[in-house]
Design a protein. Structure first.
Lengths: 651, 263
């Protein structure tokens, strides 16, 4: 594998400017001759496709939902970071860069992160021009709030629906290009294979989810913007249809997969309550601006609460343990997500949990007293309503109960500075790539990265790639590589459906969801918030056994030639079995704790992460060698020229 | 809790649909409506439905019930079922995925149908094709910007009340409940919400008249009906979008027709 990160020369602050000044461009007449495929219509995909279309390229864009506006970016609640320094509180590009590198526990690439901070301001300008109704103050100017891992207020927001509004902005820009004819939209279409011709990504095979037909699309370049693989854990804050398959398919075709073990566990989600549960709902990090997190100080109080004999409001102030404020006085309730999650787990494991025992309180009583109910409602009304609908409890009167849940995956397809994977012509953007968040992502940075990639990075780097493609001519979808890929998909679907040909149905048969839930439980239990050699060894064995059982007893109804959600789920689960093995292997090999990756063997006396910079300051990029074969790993060393490496300290 | 479900089954767009009855037992009141359907589907797949001895694994009615869903937290707009005669069921300000079984009584009969509208043809069972909404947006539901070349975000102050009202209108999730609730299957609330969101902001006023005209024309072309002025749409909107958006749409549209713009 070629892991050349292609970081431009020069001082950090000038790298992106230098890159843009010296990159190759494609003239307007030639842009019309070039085709680009974009898979995914979330923030990264929609913004990239809209930008490419406006530049004059021919774009085909695909999503699995019925409309591009459904992509899971829509569910992001809290906000988007940008180094505008509108609050005059000491923010700057340099500060956002440093916070992001530090938040990622010094496991992200300096040059990428600096560029992200550098373009962050332009994102806000772009969104406002599109009509994104960000919150404003009485003077009509933009308002900000604070998020975890920062001591400034740099987060722009639109109520608790920021992701929705940003996505609708990008969707509007995309819709305009569709109307102008530069972008063709394909909904209810799932990418099933990547077509590589002479070492370059040249197209995709797509399954029309309504008819089941397999379709071929050819292009000069392919952009993957299909999000993360959090649903590997079954219960997560991700949407039901979010999946890791498109990225995994590219990995099978030769794209390196980087840092798969870096999975973010979000501290503030509604706790698990039953086996039938299909997802965990996030309560925005913005709530930690005003909410205070606590558990009872006395174990007997916690027990009484769990037994329903005591109400949280009956516990006096002195008997409450505001453990984040106690352990991290400098950042308090606004420590980064991995730190807050582990602290909640620590208290619950020690027997101080409430609810089922795996929950802590997020209390707004102080905020309501300080600001008044109206102000709290204005700021967080929709989140409170959402909480009440799910739990049947009124968070204005009793504290919310929360617990950490799988939320985001920092790992993803390895990309260089140009966001190009190890397959030339295949680019990855947004959560699908690994590039900017190191071992832990800060709140409100996912939206920033998705839009940075789509609006302000890919439109440049894509030209640099396509500049020497202007004489290639139209790529034909009748090439033998397309035949091979389509046959590959056909066989795969037949193989899956053939497991269900037993008739009559025997009691041994189980649904796809049954196996997905079982896989999720294994991963959460043994490769979740805390990992060690023993648990990972066990996870590996259990996943293997589960996969064997899947092939023996899964039942997938219907055929490949119809609308068949069970078949879609089966394909995705088949990929998760392989991906799970890689996540475990990566977690096993990384003998240190950093960010979201916590190895219990490697912690300080106070239970904080203990990095090993001497041996693990690198990106682990894995190469696929066939089903059941161990993957091999290559290292991309992380070189910090600009920032001073330090221990992460939020105390 | 136990329920009797009457679910609309339809194999594909051209097939004739019908109601099928299923019994379901031991459902937790904390279970969401879609999780209850997950449980039903699990039973259909594994052949363990308690009161459906007629079902055999490969018969079409034992194919799991198809329904659209995605985020399951009320924001993506993907889910949408017509439950006991109400879009998104018997609660206010929620989507189907936010409806919980505690809202029903033990032993209830529950009738589950897809959105019924000419412009939303059925794909399978409870899944409908809402691409008409995308087409309406493509007709002009945006501000014409291209990437880059825009002014600093704070150069255009927006009065707080305008920003707040625009936000309320912009919170539409495009689920289609307004159309399903309307006797005429009108999309006025959906169109009104987008037109108002953009017309309330200074950035969006440049194209406002043209936008209203084009979006309304597209809505008519795609087979949505006229406004009944009964405001069933407002009553059923999961995001509580107000009918004032329709009044403002009418104002925008009329002033566009009266030639305030040059086209």
């Amino acid at each position: 594998m070629n892991l050349d990160s292609k970081i431009p020369s020069g001082p950090l602050a000038e790298k992106w400017t230098n890159y843009k000044a010296s990159q190759k461009l494609v003239n307007p007449a030639n842009k019309r001759k070039l085709d680009i495929i974009v898979v995914g219509t979330g923030l990264a995909g929609a913004s990239a496709a809209a930008s490419f279309g406006a530049m004059g390229f021919n774009v085909d864009i695909f999503c699995i939902q019925d409309s591009p506006r459904r992509a899971h970016s829509i569910a992001a609640q809290g906000g988007i970071n940008a180094a505008k320094n509108y609050q005059n509180d000491g923010d700057s590009v340099e500060r956002l860069f440093r916070d992001t590198i530090k938040g990622g526990d010094y496991r992200a690439r300096e040059a990428n992160v600096y560029r992200l901070a550098e373009v962050s301001g332009a994102i806000i300008d772009q969104c406002v021009a599109q009509g994104v109704p960000f919150a404003r103050d009485y003077g009509g100017l933009l308002d900000n709030r604070s998020f975890g891992g920062a001591q400034v207020s740099r987060t722009f927001y639109a109520k608790g629906q920021t992701g929705q509004q940003l996505l609708l902005g990008a969707y509007g820009a995309l819709s305009r290009e569709i109307a102008r004819g530069t972008v063709k939209l394909h909904t209810r279409s799932e990418m099933m294979d990547l077509v590589v011709v002479d070492g370059r990504a040249r197209g995709i095979i797509v399954r029309n989810l309504v008819t089941g037909d397999l379709e071929r699309y050819a292009a000069h370049a392919v952009v993957l913007a299909t999000g993360g693989y959090g649903n590997l854990y079954y219960l997560s804050t991700n949407a039901m249809n979010s999946n890791g398959s498109a990225a995994w398919i590219c990995h099978r075709r030769g794209a390196a997969f980087a840092n798969p073990c870096y999975v973010q566990i979000h501290p503030t989600c509604i706790p698990v309550h039953g086996d039938y549960q299909s997802k965990l709902t996030l309560m925005s990090e913005s709530l930690r601006n005003d909410g205070r997190i606590w558990v009872p100080k006395k174990k007997e109080d916690a027990e009484a609460i769990r037994a329903g004999k005591l109400k949280p409001t009956e516990i006096p102030e002195e008997n409450r343990d505001y453990y984040l404020e106690r352990r991290y006085p400098a950042f308090g309730n606004l420590v980064p997500r991995d730190v807050a999650s582990r602290a909640a787990k620590e208290r619950c494991d020690a027997g101080y949990g409430v609810g089922t025992g795996y929950a802590v309180y997020l209390d707004f009583a102080d905020a309501i007293q300080r600001l008044g109910k109206d102000v709290v409602e204005q700021k967080y009304g929709n989140l409170f309503q959402m909480y009440q609908k799910i739990t049947d409890e009124n968070p204005y009167e009793t504290p919310m109960m929360i617990y950490p849940a799988i939320h985001y995956t920092m790992g993803g397809l390895w990309v260089d500075y140009e966001l190009q994977t190890t397959i030339p012509g295949l680019f990855a953007a947004g959560e699908a790539n690994f590039s900017d968040h190191g071992a832990n992502r800060l709140g409100a940075s996912a939206l920033m990265q998705g839009l940075a990639d789509g609006y302000f990075v890919l439109p440049y780097t894509m030209q640099n790639y396509l500049a020497d493609q202007i004489n290639v001519g139209k790529i034909s979808s009748t090439l033998p590589e397309f035949d091979e890929a389509e046959n590959n998909v056909k066989q795969r679907l037949e193989r899956l459906l053939s497991t269900s040909n037993l008739s009559p149905l025997t009691s041994r048969q189980k649904s796809v969801d049954h196996f997905h839930k079982a896989l999720g439980k294994i991963m959460w239990e043994y490769c979740g918030m805390a990992r060690n050699t023993e648990s990972l060894t066990k996870a590996k064995q259990l996943v293997k056994e589960l996969e064997d059982e899947f092939w023996k007893s899964v039942f997938i109804p219907g055929s490949a030639n119809e609308f068949n959600p069970e078949l879609e789920k089966a394909c995705r689960l088949e990929d998760y079995f392989e991906l799970a093995q890689l996540v475990i292997d990566d977690a096993m090999h990384r003998e240190e704790s950093c960010g979201g990756h916590f190895r219990t063997e490697h912690q300080t006396e106070d239970g904080e992460t203990l990095r090993d910079d001497e041996h693990f300051m690198y990106v682990a990029a894995w190469e696929y060698h066939g089903h059941g074969q161990p993957e091999t790993m290559e290292k991309e060393p992380l070189v910090y020229e600009h920032i001073k490496i330090a221990n992460r300290n939020y105390k | 809790m136990n329920f009797t479900l009457h679910i609309w089954r339809q194999e594909c767009a051209n097939a004739k649909g019908h109601f099928e009855t299923y019994k379901i037992e031991n459902i937790s009141p904390d279970c969401s409506f879609l999780e209850m359907l997950d449980i039903l589907n699990e039973q259909l797949i594994t052949g363990s439905t308690p009161h459906s001895p007629l079902l055999t694994p490969h018969s079409p009615i034992s194919h799991p019930v198809c329904f659209d869903n995605d985020c399951r937290e009320g924001i993506c707009g993907m889910c949408g079922l017509y439950i006991n005669g109400r879009p998104h069921g018997n609660d206010d300000g929620i989507t189907t995925c936010q409806l919980h079984m505690r809202k029903f009584k033990d032993g209830d009969d529950i009738w589950i149908e897809p959105w019924r509208a000419k412009a939303f043809p059925v794909i399978r069972d409870l899944v409908v094709d809402r691409s008409a909404f995308d087409k309406i947006i493509q007709a002009g539901g945006y501000i014409s910007t291209t990437t880059g070349g825009v002014p600093d975000a704070n150069t255009i102050p927006v009065p707080k009340h305008a920003a707040d009202e625009a936000m309320d209108a912009a919170s539409c999730i495009g689920c289609g409940a307004c159309v399903a609730a309307c006797k005429n299957a009108s999309a006025m609330l959906f169109v009104g919400a987008k037109v108002c969101h953009l017309a309330l902001l200074p950035q969006g006023q440049v194209e406002a008249a043209d936008r209203a005209k084009k979006m309304v024309a597209k809505m008519d072309e795609l087979g949505f009906g006229s406004c009944t002025n009964t405001y069933a749409c407002e009553a059923e909107c999961p995001k509580l979008i107000k009918r004032q958006n329709i009044s403002m749409l009418n104002r925008q549209w009329i002033s566009a027709l009266l030639g305030r713009d040059k086209k």
